[in-house]
Each structure stands twice: as structure tokens, then as C-alpha cells.
Design a protein around this ligand. Sequence first.
Ligand code: NAI
Ligand code: MG
Length: 477
Amino acid sequence: MQFHFIANEAVASTSARTLPVIDPSDGQPFDELQRGNAADIDAAVRAARRCFEGAWHRLGAAERGRLLYRLSQKIAEHVDELTLLEQRDCGKPVSQARADALALARYFEFYAGACDKLHGETIPYQDGYSVFTWREPHGVTGHIIPWNYPMQIFGRSVGGALAAGNACVVKPAEDACLSLLRVAQLAAEAGFPAGAINIVTGYGHEAGDALARHAGIDHISFTGSPRIGTLIQQLAAERHCPVTLELGGKSPQIVFGDADLGAALPVLVNAIVQNAGQTCSAGSRVLIQRDIYELLLERLGHAFEALRVGPAAMDLDVGPLIRQTQQQRVWDFLSDAQHAGIPMVAQGVVVDEAPESGFYQAPTLLRDVPPGHRLAQEEVFGPVLAAMPFGDEDDAVALANATPFGLAAGIWTTDGARQFRMARRVRAGQVFINNYGAGGGVELPFGGMKSSGYGREKGFEALYGFTTLKTVAVRHG
Ligand code: NAI
Ligand code: MG
């Protein structure tokens, strides 16, 4: 049985209700979570407020940095345990779960070093004044975390918020709580004061909704679906609470005829099959210049046919999807494609060892996807790659930008001037030239344009979002 983590203690929900923890590899429940409600959220917000106004506020920036660093070390010491939890809870192949745990440690290491380097400015002003700015924490920040990368998104969001001096209330996704509950315990062991990190588990429409409505929350970070992102903004607008939103994408990987296809091929595939395609920045559209369209589709097809899907513990190319409704969602997209006559080029293979009751989906490559079709417009959040041809550079830009989203883009070309032109013209928060994702670097600001959201997480940039600026003008004559 798992409990909320409030003020450094394991706490049962006042609802006296639980929800099951399910292993996506076999679809079976193996643990239980507290089903948090508004009263639990309120207790967590109060604990965070007490911490923010007490122990946390008095701590110097360097001391705060040392705490974050100690937590990063603790996480590094417990990578095997966290990997196992994540593998079981989220169905991540072992090496992908491990990469997430290591990234989490790295987030806390990076933000540990940033704590005492976040400062304001002095501003030249009229004679007789001295003017300066302070970067102050918002206070209590709320973090609504999705299930696709719980550890990484906790790291980028909570790591940045703590570094900036906020106390945090976290509502993880109902399908992905175990690793984060363990990390909160590790934080307490590392010496974080009670209330700095609080975790309330439960459903989005209950615990999540209560968090988004709570008057004691001074800033909300949300990563998830555009629909819930809209709801969060509406609730936050009622009390003018600032939000940072990351709402996914339909990111293009654009391949020109002069590209190094040998280098591009494994990256193009990985960008859509990593984490079974359940990645906000997945490269889910491949736009291919017409002169190499057939050639590249053939090579991509062979690569897809070689992909193996199976239980997380087997550590194959692809694990199961998170839950049955996500599997159904992917099926719906694929059956729409079939009805629209969109040709399927190739599919990977679900291995025989994969239990029937697990949530498996073979990676699928589709071609000639019409730009207006929902497979070219909406996030599938599964291992489905939509290929379409383009003519020239203008055509590539128009196609790349022709979705409501703008999170990431990959551009493959050996023409240096074109690399810059394309990087300028593509509307996306991150642009990758001759790579995709750049290894995920925690240092690199991340976030979207258009319906992909606003505000930035990761890197030093995130700290500006987790603080508010105060201008102080002293009249001294
Ligand atoms: P979701 O947006 O419902 O869930 C994300 C988080 O929001 C979870 O922690 C959930 O508990 C919480 N939440 C849900 N309803 C809420 C509410 N009314 N108030 C406050 N919090 C609430 O996403 P879901 O249903 O799990 O996935 C659906 C689709 O959303 C996916 O297929 C994918 O396309 C997209 N998605 C995108 C993510 C990204 O990384 N950008 C992450 C997760 C989902
Ligand atoms: Mg689970």
C-alpha cells in the first residue's frame, strides 16, 4: 500500500479510498495508491505554506543548493531501485527507465548548482535613486505531472521550482506514482525540511482539479493533454495564478534530399518509438523531399519491421503502452487511417512472450498521410509515424508549420545555409539540426509555441518562470 507524502510523512487519504497500481506489461494490479481528494490537497498546500514561510525561507541559497545536490546523490545511489519501480509501474523497458532515473539525478545536480547563481540586476536611474531587482519565489507551486516521463518531468519541474526557493505540491498521474513517492522519501532522508516536497496521489478530476483550484497555490506547472491544459488555465484565471503549460506536439522530422540518410535513419526511428511513442516531443511526422521519398520509406520500412515489442523486463526496442485506454486510442487512429485509405508501409513485431493482457502496440509506419488528416494533425501518443512528401524548402516549412502545435522539429540537410533558414522558419520551441532531441540535455530550455503551451522548463531559463520579479527603488538623495 502506498501513501501520500505530506510534510515528510506517509499519510492516508481522508477519502479512505484507493486506486490500483497496474503493470502495463501484463495489465495486472500489484499495489494500491491513496485516492486523494480536496482535503488531502489542502493538507499538502498548508504543509508547503508552513515550510515556505518557515524553514525553507530562512535557508540561504547555497544551503538550498547543497540539499538539492544531496538529493541528486541519493537518487544516483538508488538508480537500480527507481528503475525497477518505473519499469513495473509504467512498462518502460529497463534501459529507458534507467535513463529516466539518471536524468532525474542530473536535474537535481544541475539545479543544485543554479540556486546561488540566480540574481537580479541593478538599474541605472535618476540621480538620487538606487534601483535593483530581486528574483523571488512564487511561494507554493503546484505540479501536475503526466505518466509518460514521471521522473524526468518531476526533475525539470520540481527541481527548478525548489532551486528558485518555492515549496512544492505534486499531483502525479494516476498511472505513474511509485518512483515519485520514493523520491520524496529520499528527499526527506537528504534533509529537505517537512513540507518542501509534498505528493498527493489520485485522479486528475479529483486531486488534480482540487490542486488547480486551491487558492494557496501561487503557480501551476502542467504537462499533459491540450484539453486539460485549457481547464487548468481557466481555473487559474479565476484567481490570476500564473501557469506554465507543456501540451505536447505533432513534431516534424524534415529530411532533405542531400541529408546523410545513414545518420538520420536510426534517429528518425528512435524519435517515434522511444517510450512507445508516448513522448510529448516525439518526432511523429516525417516529411521527406520527393526525390528520396521512395528510397527513405523503403529503408524506414525495414527498420520498423526489425523493431521488437515486449514486456519491460525484456528490455526490447518498445514496451507496452501505459494503459488500456491509451491502447484503444492508438487503435482508433489506426482504424481511421485504414478507413481513409492511408497506406501502411510496415509494422514491428510483438514478441510471443508478451502477455495477451498487456497493452502492446506494434510500431507502425504510414505513408502519404494527407496533411489535413487527424494522423497529421493530432497527437497519437503511440509508436505511429506519419510520412508525407514535400517539394522544396517553402513546401517543407508550410507542411512543418501546418498543425496547431509547435514543440520540436528535426531538420536533416548538409546544406549549412539551409540549416539556418529552416531553423528560423520552423515554429517550434526546440529545433534540432542533424539530430533529434540532442540527448535530452537538462540544460536546454524546453517548451512550446502555439497549442504546445507556453513558458519554459529545463535549463536556467526555467528559473525565471519559477520566480517573480520585484523592483526596489530607494530614494536616498
Ligand atoms: P491528461 O492531460 O488527462 O493527464 C495529465 C495529468 O493531468 C495527470 O496527472 C492527470 O491526473 C491530470 N489531470 C487530468 N484531469 C485533470 C483535471 N480535470 N484537473 C487537473 N488535473 C487533471 O492526459 P491523459 O488523459 O493521461 O492522456 C491523454 C492524451 O494526452 C495522451 O494520449 C497524449 O496525447 C496527451 N498527453 C500529453 C503529455 C505530454 O507530455 N505533453 C503527457 C500525457 C498525456
Ligand atoms: Mg502503472
